[in-house]
Design a protein around this ligand. Structure first.
Ligand SMILES: [Fe+2]
Length: 508
């Protein structure tokens, strides 16, 4: 769909930026990270199941049932301890219903399995399926399965499923200090190994990058961020990017970005001559929105990156792009973080929305993390909005890269209205500028839609952030809810008292 708005004045793409991009196509993306993480988890689970199936088969002397059992059933039985487990079992047969039902009841009863619910339905392929919700110990379940296999010759499938529960299964950080454990790198894009990296072959750059990454890796919660003694080459790279991007601010960036950038400049946090220290940026952000930058050593997994936002922490790379490629960086670097993201985290509403998205990512499934990362990537990194009938950048990836900023706002790529449901499954171009960009009404509108979208994702619990202890409370029961209400009621009564006071003053 073509946009119904006027494109910005067409600007020629900068030849330097074009050459840099073509020589060093982009490799890194949060979407790619999320997808790799999902595939990694699938692979690990598969390997575990193969191993567990073999172990159970050996223990049960090769009983036929363990060759037929589904993967989830294998994992459920393998993980079960001595206590009772609740499960659903689907059994399939080509025999008649009365015969099958009789054999099932006899088998389950003989093994002492308790049946809470049982029903039949036509089989998916042929014959019939019987579903039973049961409760039994691991030993009783295995015994019932063995009885049924022996008793009923026409049995074609026996699948066991875990009963849905409110248990939280995926680990996620509960306190801001747990972010020390959130530094998983799924893929690496290193100048040491990848000839497409702009720093490939430059030993001095490689050593500098390693030094800064090692320093970031050592950072732990409670440490004071160390000031970095940036080299003159690094300051010059910063200045070149800062000044060149400055030419496009008025014409190509959204008003929220411009307003916040202006404050950062007026307060002397961002200047063209020197790279700011992360500690100074944090002092500014803490005062404005409570956000803070935390040094990270490279490319984090999408899950860890999003989880950090829940604590108003932004994981920040500390190395700079290569000085020979200042206008196109194939990966996030300090310039991208400072010029692209920091002005947005200075905005109270955007800070709140970013944290909400982080909170909604905690404990989410791999599939949902991948969707969330894709939407986040297309909007927070490469999103556009409409202002005065023109396209303006809201994404940090555009706000920190001259060449792509011009490209994104021009007539060359396709532009579509932002809809998180559509964006969540959009393929991302890894090796070149995007052929498609999503356009929101504004950055606030985009993040509000993203937040609403994230809230529709299924999760068996809710979370609340406690800003006093910087920790996450999980709401799983009415007791948890009551506690949360009682804490909030103090805040609400203070607001109510303030409102009453205002009424008195207004009516006086
Ligand atoms: Fe970024």
């Amino acid at each position: 769909m073509k946009p119904t708005l006027t494109q910005n004045t067409i600007m020629e793409e900068d030849p330097t930026a074009t050459a840099e991009r073509k020589k060093n196509p982009r490799r890194y993306s949060l979407v790619h990270q999320a997808s790799c993480e999902t595939q990694h988890h699938i692979g690990v689970r598969r390997q575990n199941t193969i191993q567990h199936r073999k172990q159970l088969n050996d223990q049960m002397r090769g009983q036929k049932i363990f060759q037929q059992l589904n993967d989830e059933g294998i994992e459920l039985i393998f993980a079960a301890n001595e206590g009772c487990i609740e499960f659903s079992v689907i059994m399939s047969s080509t025999d008649t219903l009365p015969n099958f039902f009789t054999d099932i009841i006899n088998s389950l009863k003989s093994a002492n399995v308790q049946i809470a619910h049982i029903e039949s339905r036509p089989g998916k392929v042929a014959g019939l399926d019987v579903l039973a919700d049961c409760r039994a110990t691991k030993r009783e379940l295995i015994e019932a399965a063995s009885f049924l296999t022996k008793l009923h010759n026409s049995l074609t499938a026996f699948s066991v499923f875990k009963k849905k529960s409110n248990e939280v299964e995926v680990w996620f950080p509960r306190h801001i200090s747990d972010l020390d454990r959130c530094s998983k790198c799924i893929t690496k894009y290193e100048p040491t190994t990848d000839p497409r990296h702009p720093g490939h072959g430059d030993e001095e750059y490689i050593a500098r990058r390693k030094f800064l990454n090692d320093q970031a890796l050592e950072f732990q919660f409670g440490d004071e961020i160390e000031n970095v003694d940036y080299t003159e080459t690094e300051h010059a790279t910063w200045k070149a990017v800062y000044e060149k991007l400055g030419d496009l601010h008025e014409s190509h960036t959204c008003s929220v970005y411009r307003d916040n950038l202006k404050v950062l400049q007026e307060e002397g946090v961002l200047t063209s001559d020197r790279i700011p220290q992360m500690r100074d940026v944090n002092k500014f952000l803490q005062k404005r929105t409570g956000f803070e930058l935390r040094p990270c050593s490279g490319l984090l997994s999408a899950r860890d990156f999003l989880a950090s936002l829940a604590f108003r922490v932004f994981q920040t790379t500390t190395y700079l792009r290569h000085h020979k490629s200042p206008h196109h960086s194939p990966e996030p670097d300090l310039i991208h973080e400072l010029l692209g993201h920091v002005p947005m985290f200075s905005d109270p509403l955007l800070a709140q929305m970013s944290q909400d998205i982080g909170l909604m990512s905690l404990g989410a499934s791999d599939e949902n993390i991948e969707k969330l990362a894709t939407v986040y990537w297309f909007i927070v990194e490469f999103g556009l909005c409409k202002e005065d009938g023109k396209l303006k950048a809201i994404g940090a990836g555009l706000l920190s890269a001259y060449g792509e900023l011009i490209h994104a706002c021009s007539n060359t790529p396709e532009h579509r209205d932002f809809d998180p449901v559509v964006t969540a499954v959009q393929k991302y171009e890894d090796d070149d500028y995007q052929p498609l960009y999503f356009v929101a009404d504004s950055i606030h509108d985009a993040l509000a839609k993203l937040r609403k979208y994230a809230s529709t994702m299924d999760r068996p619990f809710s979370v609340i952030y406690d800003p006093f202890t910087k920790s996450i409370e999980t709401i799983k029961s009415s007791v948890d809810l009551e506690k949360a209400f009682s804490r909030l009621s103090n805040d609400l009564s203070a607001i109510t008292r303030a409102a009453d006071r205002m009424k008195i003053i207004t009516s006086a």
